[in-house]
Design a protein around this ligand. Sequence first.
Ligand SMILES: NC(=O)c1ccc[n+]([C@@H]2O[C@H](COP(=O)([O-])OP(=O)(O)OC[C@H]3O[C@@H](n4cnc5c(N)ncnc54)[C@H](O)[C@@H]3O)[C@@H](O)[C@H]2O)c1
Length: 292
Amino acid sequence: MLNKDSVSLEGKVALVTGGGAGIGRAIAQAYGALGARVAVAEISAEKVSALREELADAGVDALVSQTDVRDSAQVADFLAEVDKRYARLDILVNNVGDHLGMVKTLEQMSEEEWDQVYQINLRHLFVVTKAALPLMRRSGEGGSIINVSSIEGFRANPYNVIYTCCKHAVTGFTRTMALELANDNIRVNTIAPETTDSEQVPLEYLLKPGHAGELLGKPAYLTRTLPSNRFGRPDDHAGAAVFLATELSSWVNGSTINVDGGGLAAAGFQRIPSGPWTIIPEVTGTGVQGVD
Ligand SMILES: NC(=O)c1ccc[n+]([C@@H]2O[C@H](COP(=O)([O-])OP(=O)(O)OC[C@H]3O[C@@H](n4cnc5c(N)ncnc54)[C@H](O)[C@@H]3O)[C@@H](O)[C@H]2O)c1
């Protein structure tokens, strides 16, 4: 029977990549608050220092290292440090990912740009997971791998086709690894965020005030396509990451949780100013061919 200990991570060791900001940081903080010892691979020296201080202030036993997850030698060194310090690994969160601000058609994109987006969104899942598995297997108690994808893994995202390809590929990685690791009792799942306020997506700066007016008393960009009427917060994803790391999700494997305020459910539907949803938005007249 489930009880309050079902969300406890006491005795567990979690590794979060890109834990210095945004979604990764919220996950590292949440895991620490629930009793886990937390290892973080973060590329920015400044963020490494800030997170070290933050986790120490919160009383979390943490190992925060300046590591570029695209570099297999750095990843191997970091895993060796985690092994030396904790001698086990129960939870791996492959969180690093970045659209790199690319807004280009396929024809405008260079081969170098294609490779850069691939490196930061897909290749490191292979590098980090491969390096982490021997330590994850060590305890013989199984574990949980959580990949952070995107809602763009389930729909088109024009003007960054390689980002969209990589996020779609995370689903294949997740499903395949769930089978390959089944005999080790290591579950593999994905979180797919919709637009979430973070360093990479700083909504306060990105959004034009007053854009597209108001709908239902809020900025229309929140209410027109998102049933939950707001963008995401890093903690929304931390909640899903806690679920996927604990026994609450013990029978969830090879799955994706869309943490998206209902955005994917809405798909092509949009709200009209009076509130109802339509699949034929923004048209004058009836929206039906041949009928004015
Ligand atoms: N924020 C969103 O709207 C959104 C939407 C969909 C999916 N996502 C996905 O969620 C994940 C986290 O996004 P976020 O918005 O929190 O990002 P963020 O940029 O705010 O934070 C990412 C962190 O990763 C670190 N990092 C970057 N490259 C690294 C590397 N090579 N090695 C180690 N650390 C590295 C950064 O320094 C930063 O601290 C990504 O996979 C992203 O694609 C985010």
